[in-house]
Design a binder for this molecule. Structure first.
Ligand SMILES: *[C@@H]1O[C@H](CO)[C@@H](O)[C@H](O)[C@H]1NC(C)=O
Ligand SMILES: *[C@@H]1O[C@H](CO)[C@@H](O)[C@H](O)[C@H]1NC(C)=O
Ligand SMILES: *[C@@H]1O[C@H](CO)[C@@H](O)[C@H](O)[C@H]1NC(C)=O
Ligand SMILES: *[C@@H]1O[C@H](CO)[C@@H](O)[C@H](O)[C@H]1NC(C)=O
Ligand SMILES: *[C@@H]1O[C@H](CO)[C@@H](O)[C@H](O)[C@H]1NC(C)=O
Ligand SMILES: [Zn+2]
Length: 944
């Protein structure tokens, strides 16, 4: 699925639309997950007794029975619309689904018990047949395990023989979920009523979202990724609706006045979590591809208005790109994508039927930000990459889901770069993932990319794996490997890997073996597994320290909280350059070394980790830092672009870990008054954000704003002529810089910026219909105008938010509404998150977090989350905790958080709460030690 910050039950997507996430950098797709809260009818979460005696349940299926094919009939009884006609009694909506399934399996080990997974299903009529002689095998008992294993246990009167082939048929029924998981309902409003007297414009659809463990809630199955099988699916649905499935439709016919069925061709051999179907009234838009029929489905209105065009125009190209790159064709005849009004995560790669949130697929010319194309291209590229990494070749177990997600994220850089080089995906996306990974992985509570299988057993543990480490560190570690072995060798290795393991499952050792084969064929000497294992089986990453006076170099585990003892070390591939010499490379091992090449001659600088290909930070002796910073002020272009951003990032984070003075970090931002490139600015803004969070409630904030106003003036002026005429430059990376310029200038109080934003917004309010603000600039203008304004501006934005049917416009307004400085408005907005009619369930967590990000909303949001914890934790516990505690830096806040940890039921937010406690302790200490120095530094800058 698409990148996420998961918490178990819940969550909506705060898939921050690029335009809305100026500070966070780009495309932070925070995905939310499974909600178990029902909008209409909140059901308490099942709680598992912690007092039961006896051994803990076994979570994994025995491997004695091997499924081969499933034949599944599924009938969702709901209506896509309720027509209200005069004198006709309308039917009541129903959430029932019924079905039956027959699984054919091979018996590898004699047994009298069949175990499979089933959850929340009423299962009946078990029937077991020996398929070789068609003999019935009598069932003596059927029992559902009421624990986290979700086992359905079927006991037989006689044993199944090893080597035999059998089938198990079951009838079942269940309820369509209202919580965006398993088989779930989604609703939307659609235009004009079709019948006279029909006033109801509400429409319904159902869709599935099975990853990781919800297939068992739709039909009983062997619900583990390694238990691959072929699926023959038939959907029985209301007439005049359309059913989509994993495969091409094989037959469709009318059953009676009310019902029709649609059958699909058998799927390729695949994992249960990839099974998908939808029933809706959605309409398709075709894409071109030489072999595969590609269709992009959306609400009829959105499809008719052309909002699917951008996605449709790139999907064929991306698919073709991967086919060429992997030299393996996409396996099916059809590929459908569908833009769902409700979905959490942002997208899901079901084989042949990819589901997306609307914001991830729909683009409205003239309304959506040009930058939003990057979000769409990235998501499609990520999901299409999964058709190989994940669908064709799957990890053996969820502990190595990075083999799916890291690859999908990594491959998306290439595909996006291919379809539009102006996005500069390779630089920008790499920096985004690198920093996301660095941030998460700097805490002692991080986890390895590949933890032991035993640590990932229960569903909540599986869901916790879908985090920044898996997605971003996964991608970055692959990029490092590619850099070490070379692009050609890497590509060759993964081609062989995909080809040899198709329809099968792998673990990381298989990947290392295949890259090694490619290295050997190329007569290389790299020992792939030896180098890579420390990066995937250990938490964290190293900081390299170089002393250019004597050429000394050593590594140590980088942690924000440097008091944690750690003996970890890595094989660190290092590429460095100096002022005068070319590049030189070597591998650093555990022992400190001395290298002549690292001794600076006559005062020149040395730069390590050229283009940031390594997953490590670099520290230098103060003299070398000084020379690098001087170079940046004199002529920044001598330092590669990515390193200009990375030097700032390293300096700030080394300061956070107390390895360098904080004044060095602040000095690293001084060259920015001459810089217009996005990457260094983004790095500075993101890093200063920590200082902003720590100090925006203190006297440091004034001088800090004054300094930033000065620094950003050049950048703001650079774009002034664009901004004033509400235009944007051609180049995407300049468009990003322009947004940053306005954001930094306005939020630090540059008067001409605030005036500009307020005026543009006022023009819109006065004209009321025509919005003259360029789509790219809307997010930042809306936010700044709402921040500068009062109740009138807020009401206007709220009304626009409610009446707009455009997803990206809605996203921008939803974010902007959190920007007000008025407490009463923020309070009202928080209350609105409890009403699904006002704020969609999937948006609750991100909305609260937007409010918490605002200094005026911080305390309100924390109180609100605690007051409504039972409701909101099911929405997005972990993500909320991370958001609302990000400013915590006092003993009082730490106490509150510790009370919270003991008094509240944390469930899947458990890890997040303990990370927040650790982070708060780090913050308290950091603020205590640095406040005076920082205040002095900022005062010193403005006094100049
Ligand atoms: C609806 O029923 C009422 C009472 O039975 C009748 O007077 C009226 O004509 C009916 N309307 C229509 C449109 O059939
Ligand atoms: C709808 O539900 C109500 C209340 O449960 C019931 O009285 C009514 O008969 C139902 N209508 C139909 C058409 O089934
Ligand atoms: C499953 O349901 C379908 C449709 O109702 C029916 O045709 C089929 O015979 C059923 N299969 C089994 C094994 O019960
Ligand atoms: C670093 O990246 C730039 C631009 O992405 C590229 O032109 C340059 O060749 C790279 N340098 C190295 C040493 O890979
Ligand atoms: C760098 O090495 C020189 C010579 O050995 C030494 O005097 C100096 O203290 C070292 N600098 C740092 C920061 O360790
Ligand atoms: Zn994914």
């Amino acid at each position: 699925m698409a990148k996420s910050s998961f918490t178990s039950k819940a969550i909506a997507s705060a898939f921050m639309i690029l335009t809305g996430s100026v500070i966070a950098g780009i495309v932070t797709m925070v995905i939310l997950y499974n909600t178990q809260i029902s909008s209409m009818n909140p059901t308490p979460r099942p709680t598992f007794s912690t007092t039961t005696t006896g051994p803990p349940p076994v979570m994994r299926l025995p491997k004695n029975l091997i499924p081969e094919t499933y034949t599944v009939f599924l009938k969702p009884h709901f209506y896509t619309r309720i027509i209200e006609e005069v004198n006709v009694t309308s039917p009541n909506q129903t959430m029932l689904f019924t079905g039956n399934s027959t699984v054919n399996f091979h018996c590898a080990q004699t047994t009298r018990t069949i175990y499979l997974n089933s959850k929340d299903l009423a299962v009946s009529k078990p029937k077991v047949i020996d398929t070789e002689n068609n003999n019935n095998i009598e069932v003596s008992a059927m029992k559902h395990h009421e624990d986290e294993s979700d086992f359905l246990e079927i006991q037989l009167k006689e044993a199944l023989e090893a080597g035999g082939n059998y089938s198990l048929s079951l009838d079942f029924k269940g309820e369509i979920s209202e919580n965006l998981d398993a088989l779930f309902v989604s609703t939307y409003q659609e235009g004009e009523p079709e019948f006279e007297g029909d006033t109801n414009t509400e429409r319904f659809l159902v869709a599935t979202n099975m990853e990781p463990t919800d297939a068992r809630r739709v039909f009983p199955c062997f619900d583990e990724p390694e238990m691959k099988a072929v699926f023959y699916v038939t959907i029985i649905h209301r007439r005049f609706t359309k059913a989509l499935g994993n495969e091409q439709q094989s037959a469709s016919n009318i059953i009676d006045e009310d019902w029709q069925y649609t059958s699909f061709h058998p799927t390729p051999k695949m994992s249960t979590y990839l099974v998908a179907f939808t029933v809706s009234e959605f309409k398709p838009t075709p894409s071109t591809h030489e072999r595969v029929t590609i269709e992009t489905f959306a609400r009829p209105e959105a499809a008719a208005a052309g909002h699917t065009h951008y996605a449709a125009s790139i999907t064929g190209k991306i698919l073709q790109f991967y086919e060429n790159y992997f030299e393996i064709n996409y396996q099916q005849k059809t590929l459908d994508q569908i833009a769902l009004p409700d979905l959490s995560p942002a997208a899901m790669e079901n084989w042949g039927l990819i589901t997306y949130q609307e914001g991830g697929l729909l683009y409205e010319e003239g309304v959506s930000s040009l930058l939003h194309k990057e979000v769409i291209a990235t998501l499609i590229s990520h999901e299409l990459a999964h058709q190989w990494f994940g669908n064709l070749v799957t990890m053996k177990w969820w502990n190595e889901v990075w083999l799916n997600e890291g690859f999908a994220s990594y491959m998306s850089y290439f595909a996006v770069d291919h379809i539009d080089p102006s996005f500069k995906a390779r630089d920008t996306f790499v920096m985004r993932d690198l920093h996301t990974a660095f941030e998460e992985d700097s805490l002692a509570s991080s986890h390895p990319l590949s933890p032991p299988q035993e640590d990932v057993q229960e569903t909540y543990q599986i869901i916790e794996m879908f985090d920044a480490i898996t997605y971003s560190k996964g991608a970055i570690v692959l990029r490092m490997l590619e850099d070490v072995v070379g692009e050609k060798v890497f590509q060759k290795g993964i081609k062989m890997y995909l080809s040899d393991f198709k329809y099968a499952n792998t673990d990381q050792n298989d990947l290392w073996d295949y890259i090694q084969m490619a290295v050997d064929e190329d007569s290389g000497h790299t020992k792939v597994a030896l180098i890579m294992k420390p990066w995937t089986t250990q938490i964290g990453y190293p900081v390299i320290t170089i002393n250019t006076t004597d050429g000394g170099i050593y590594q140590k585990h980088f942690l924000f909280n440097d008091s944690s003892e750690s003996n970890l070390w890595w094989h660190v591939p290092i590429t460095a350059m100096s002022d005068t010499s070319g590049l030189f490379s070597f591998t650093l091992e555990d022992k400190p070394e001395k290298k002549d090449t690292l001794i600076s001659k006559s005062g020149e600088w040395i730069l390590a980790n050229v283009n940031c290909t390594g997953y490590y930070r670099v520290n230098y002796n103060p003299e070398n830092w000084e020379r690098l910073l001087t170079q940046l002020e004199k002529d920044p272009h001598r330092i590669p672009l990515m390193n200009r951003g990375q030097l700032i990032d390293d300096a700030f984070n080394l300061a956070r870990a107390k390895l360098v003075d904080v004044s060095l970090a602040l000095n690293s931002t001084r060259f920015l008054h001459n810089e217009t490139a996005y990457i260094p600015w983004e790095s500075a803004v993101r890093n200063l954000e920590y200082i902003v969070l720590m100090f925006d409630r203190s006297e440091v904030y004034g001088p800090m704003q004054a300094y930033l106003q000065e620094q950003v003036k050049g950048l703001y002026s650079f774009f002034r002529n664009y901004t004033y005429y509400s235009k944007v430059p051609e180049d995407h990376s300049l468009q990003r810089s322009q947004l940053l310029a306005i954001h930094v200038a306005c939020s630090n109080g540059l008067p001409e910026c605030i005036e500009m934003a307020s005026k543009m917004f006022a023009n819109w309010m006065n004209s009321n219909t025509t919005n003259g603000i360029h789509p790219n600039l809307r997010s930042v203008i809306y936010c700044q105008a709402v921040a500068a304004g009062g109740g009138k501006e807020w009401e206007f934005a709220w009304n626009k938010f409610q009446s707009s049917s455009d997803t990206s416009e809605k996203e921008q307004l939803r974010k902007a509404l959190s920007c007000t400085k008025k407490i009463w408005l923020l309070n009202r907005y928080l209350e609105y998150t409890l009403d699904p009619e006002k704020i969609r369930l999937m948006d609750v967590a991100s909305t609260i977090n937007y409010i918490a990000k605002n200094v005026a909303g911080q305390a309100l949001a924390w109180n609100f989350v605690r007051a409504h914890w039972d409701y909101v934790r099911q929405g997005a516990g972990a993500m909320l905790i991370e958001g609302v505690t990000s400013r915590f830096s006092t003993q009082f806040e730490l106490k509150e958080l510790e009370h919270f940890a003991t008094d509240y039921e944390l469930d899947s937010a458990n890890r997040a709460v303990y990370q927040a406690i650790e982070q708060t302790k780090v913050n308290i200490e950091w603020v205590g030690e640095h406040k005076d120095v920082i205040l002095e530094w900022f005062e010193g800058q403005t006094a100049l």
